[in-house]
Design a protein around this ligand. Structure first.
Ligand code: C2E
Ligand code: MG
Ligand code: MG
Length: 754
């Protein structure tokens, strides 16, 4: 029979291949995908007859690819290893009478192949499987082998292939929709965009009747963080291109695809060629491209359908992207792109779930970062942060998470208990090269081991506490959190709380320590020293609470009270006949910050009618060094107002001689630490002697602090120091006691003179 004479309803779909078509040399058309058809039969003749009958047949423009199985085992193997088999011709009776039906059960139930169409064939006329079996196992057709003329065979095969195609399209479409819906549910997860892309691809493939592989989705900019908007990135892919997800386009390894995608973006319209369909999506300026490999030009009707679909889907993409971006910003630092504090806390919560895997969290604070900002500008500061992060990541294999804690502080989470923070310090041994500048960077760190906190939040808090400590006492080094730190912090917080109350409840008092002229034995002045007596009778040392008051800002209120109280006391003494006492008041440089300080001083002088030359403002050397310019400016003003100025605790700071000459001061107070070294080994005594000599050179008064022994009196006097203060004479005393002490001493002195 002449195959070309076949005539039936499916004729227009069935063609016989033109021997020359498609094989011309240099033809660049993509190879057309054949339909895979599996023939299962134990009769060799049936195989060759079918093969002969179907030679050269094309269905819907696609050739056939015949696969042969001669028994159940054979068939199982082919079915398990070959994808996309469209139709199976299955012999009902093989080894056993029911071999065929059994195999159908395997195909549908065991192998789960629901889409493949099955045509049963039997050699025994009159034998037919029950209708029930045909329905249950979704069998397309049942034929007697003798009926298998070319026409019948092709007709039967054509309708089976059409039905296979429809079933496939429906199934892709369903899978695609499922993915798109899943993407909506995953909006808050990193993968949402990828899932959405995969859904769109599967859906479109379903609409076009192509299997969903060789399909790519691209957009401008790195997915998620949106950086580097000049490059095109793959956001989703199914099948053979899935390795390229989240990578730039060239990761696809296919020039033609890249070119097609770029062309689509450039022309801002979809591209339909025999080899591919490239859809252009644009919503609010965000562009995406969906690339699908095809083997023919999509017909105009389908093109229209696709355009409508593309318009809708691009809004969906836009929404998913927006959500992703919001999600990204909630958990990442926008400047460095690194995870933020919240994300790091979440990561630690996750890691905490496995107590057998201890870890450490380490906060790395860049020293003097504000100076880098001031000198080089904010943007370079950000670059520095990024370079530090990059260097840490590249040099430290133990890091499992690196993020930004905030400001100039990065946070590392290391997954080994044995991790040594020293290794981080070594990373900073070499300077950094940033925008052509060489910047040496040092860091101070605080850390906490995973065992020392219940959850991520607590671990972070403990590491921050350790960092805070390290910044005060271990600059350029590190401190690991220990439980005592929390106890101490709680104590300090309690103290701060009660200090607030102490001001209102008048628990503060000024004590006065006399200053003596060692030559005449006379009391020349007194230093006002603050005392805090708590309601339970506990005395708290100013050395403990003053730094806390300075840190919290409470020093403003406390300092103002001290000034008023000391001035009031001075007035009272003058009124009671003690008019030659110089009164020293300790001033913290924090008090100098508000510009009103000197006007307050002036107002208090007026109110109590005091002579400023009888008042000494004491400031510690180390505090002045912190903000030298401002301090010098204030001291000059105090001097102009007529006050005396003393440099307290001299010798413990960092003053150079040149610096000392710039300070408008009248008196140096030699720190107790040097005086207590008199007569002992070491340099202490020598330093004290030099300070006294220096004050002579600069024509300054000098006071020896903390004189406790007669020997110290003798030695300091031999250097030429006249005034002293110390327990040898008297400790600081409440005003009444001080008054009595001075009166008694003056009386004794007068008696001695007579
Ligand atoms: P400072 O100004 O250097 O005060 C001298 C400290 O040495 C006082 O300690 C005093 O009691 C102590 N002292 C005096 N003679 C001797 C001695 O012979 N042996 C020993 N071991 N100690 C002696 P205090 O009263 O505990 O004050 C400690 C620091 O607290 C003061 O050091 C001062 O820096 C600060 N302070 C005290 N009152 C105030 C205040 O009203 N305002 C401010 N801003 N700071 C204050
Ligand atoms: Mg003092
Ligand atoms: Mg002192």
């Amino acid at each position: 029979m002449n195959k070309k004479q076949t005539s039936n309803a499916d004729d227009e779909l069935v063609q016989f291949a033109d021997e020359t078509a498609g094989s011309s040399p240099g033809s660049e058309k993509a190879p057309v995908r054949p339909w895979s058809v599996l023939i299962i039969d134990d009769d060799e003749q049936v195989h060759s007859a079918t093969e002969f009958a179907l030679t050269g047949v094309q269905i819907q423009g696609r050739p056939l690819h015949l696969l042969h199985a001669f028994g159940e085992q054979d068939a199982r193997h082919i079915l398990a290893t070959t994808a996309d088999i469209a139709v199976i011709f299955l012999d009902v009776v093989m080894e056993r009478e029911d071999s065929g039906l059994k195999l159908v059960k395997v195909i549908r139930e065991e192998l789960g192949l629901k889409e493949v169409r099955i045509i049963l064939r039997t050699g025994q006329p009159g034998y037919a499987p029950e209708l029930q079996a045909i329905r249950d196992y979704d069998i397309n057709d049942y034929r007697n082998k003798s009926e298998l003329t070319v026409t019948r065979l092709v007709t039967s095969l054509t309708s089976a292939i059409r039905s296979y195609e429809q079933i496939r399209a429906l199934s892709y479409s369903r899978k695609g929709l499922e993915k798109i819906i899943q993407a909506a549910a995953e909006l808050f997860e990193v993968r949402a965009l990828e899932t959405m892309a995969e859904g769109v691809l599967t859906q479109i493939a379903g609409m076009l009747g192509f299997p969903p592989h060789g399909v790519v989705c691209a957009q401008r900019g790195v997915p998620i963080d949106g950086s580097n908007s000049e490059l095109f990135y793959v956001i989703g892919a199914v099948g053979k291109y899935s390795h390229a997800i989240n990578k730039p386009l060239d990761a696809l390894g296919s020039r033609p695809i890249e070119t097609a995608i770029r062309m689509t973006i450039q022309q801002q319209q979809s591209l339909y060629t025999p080899e591919h369909t490239v859809l252009y999506l644009n919503s609010n300026g965000r562009e995406e491209v969906v690339y699908i490999e095809t083997d023919k030009v999509i017909n105009p009707l389908d093109q229209q359908l696709l355009e409508v679909f593309a318009a809708n889907i691009s809004i969906g993409f836009s929404n998913v992207y927006l959500f992703q971006r919001l999600n990204f910003l909630a958990y990442n630092d926008p400047v460095t792109g690194l995870p933020n504090r919240r994300r790091l806390v979440d990561e630690m919560d996750l890691m905490k779930r496995d107590p057998s895997e201890p870890f450490q969290v380490l906060l790395v604070d860049i020293d003097h970062f504000s100076a880098i900002h001031d000198v080089f500008g904010t943007s370079l500061g950000d670059v520095v942060l990024r370079s530090v992060a990059e260097r840490l990541l590249s040099r430290m294999p133990d890091i499992c998470h690196l993020g930004r804690y905030g400001g100039d502080t990065l946070c590392l989470i290391c997954n080994t208990e044995a991790f040594a923070p020293e290794t981080v310090l070594q990373v900073f041994a070499e300077p950094f090269q940033v925008s052509g500048c060489v910047i040496p960077i040092s860091v101070t760190m605080g850390g906490c081991a995973s065992a020392l906190g219940a959850d991520g939040q607590e671990l972070m808090k403990n590491a921050a506490l350790a960092l805070n400590r390290a910044k005060h006492s271990h600059r350029g080094h590190y401190l690991m959190y220990a439980e005592e730190m929390s106890t101490e912090t709680r104590y300090r917080l309690d103290l701060l709380q009660s200090m607030r109350m102490a001001i209102n409840e008048k628990q503060f008092q000024l004590y006065y320590q006399p200053q003596i002229d060692m030559e005449t034995g006379q009391v020349t002045g007194a230093e006002a020293l603050l005392r805090w007596m708590r309601p339970d009778g506990q005395m708290i040392s100013p050395a403990e609470f003053i730094p806390l008051a300075e840190h919290s800002g409470l020093i403003m209120e406390i300092g103002a009270w001290v000034m008023q109280e000391a001035f009031r006391q001075q007035r009272q003494w003058i009124d009671e006949g003690l008019s030659n006492l110089k009164l020293s008041i300790n001033i913290s440089t924090h008090q100098l910050k508000p510009p009103t300080f000197s006007t307050d001083l002036q107002a208090a002088l007026l109110a109590y009618q005091l002579d400023p030359s009888q008042i000494v403002l004491e400031m510690t050397e180390s505090m002045i060094v912190d903000d030298e310019e401002r301090a010098i400016q204030c001291l000059n003003e105090f001097k102009r107002m007529g006050f005396q100025i003393a440099l307290d605790d001299f010798g413990t700071g960092f003053s150079s001689l040149a610096y000392l000459q710039r300070l408008p001061i009248h008196t140096l107070k030699v720190d107790r630490a040097f005086i207590s070294n008199i007569g002992k080994l070491g340099h202490g005594e020598r330093i004290a002697e030099m300070i006294v000599a220096l004050s002579k050179l600069l024509q300054l008064n000098v006071i020896a602090e903390g004189i406790e022994t007669a020997e110290q009196v003798r030695v300091t006097r031999s250097w030429g120091c006249r005034i002293a203060q110390g327990f040898l004479f008297a400790p600081a005393m409440p005003p009444g006691e001080f008054m009595a002490w001075v009166r008694q001493r003056n009386a004794a002195h007068d008696a001695k003179k007579q």
